[in-house]
Design a protein around this ligand. Sequence first.
Ligand code: AR6
Length: 168
Amino acid sequence: MEKIELITADITTLKTDAVVNAANNSLMGGGGVDGAIHRAAGPDLKAACRLLGGCKTGQSKLTPGFGLPCKYIIHTVGPVWNNGTEGEAELLASCYRTALELAVAHGVRTIAFPAISTGAYRFPFDKAARIAVATIQQFLENHPEPEKVYLVCLSETNRQQYKRAMNV
Ligand code: AR6
């Protein structure tokens, strides 16, 4: 469990090997954390994303970090919450799993995740936090790397919600 750490920060400032972006299917940028990452990384990121041909919900793709202090950005596409009727929980778990698989394939030792789908995509934070923690824990039980996974909180409320998810 100590491999998972909560951190209150703007994810674009983190010097981890990889940061995860909560993107959309086009991978061409948007609002929220996606907008912040694209602004901070600069226009080269959009050019790189254009070559990736989009990304399916629940899947992940990797680019360099460009203007960000991290080495890589792992773009993942969370599900839009629709009352849990469209496999949102499994798709969200898949985001965390595929991002971690991609990270390991690139030798990433430290990685930071935003709370995927909990903003514009309206996934209830408590549920999303439990899925994030359980999926990361399960991955770490079966893989020696990454050595550190940061869950990035923007608010004290979110931090408390993650803390609760980590105690179950
Ligand atoms: N650092 C860390 N966390 C952040 C930051 C930041 N700089 N900015 C926002 N968050 P969202 P989604 C948190 O809406 O729900 C975009 O337009 C925020 O508080 O960024 O997956 C994409 O292009 C929230 O808890 O992502 C897609 O169209 C969490 O990040 C769509 O939004 C996720 O909120 C994706 O929606």
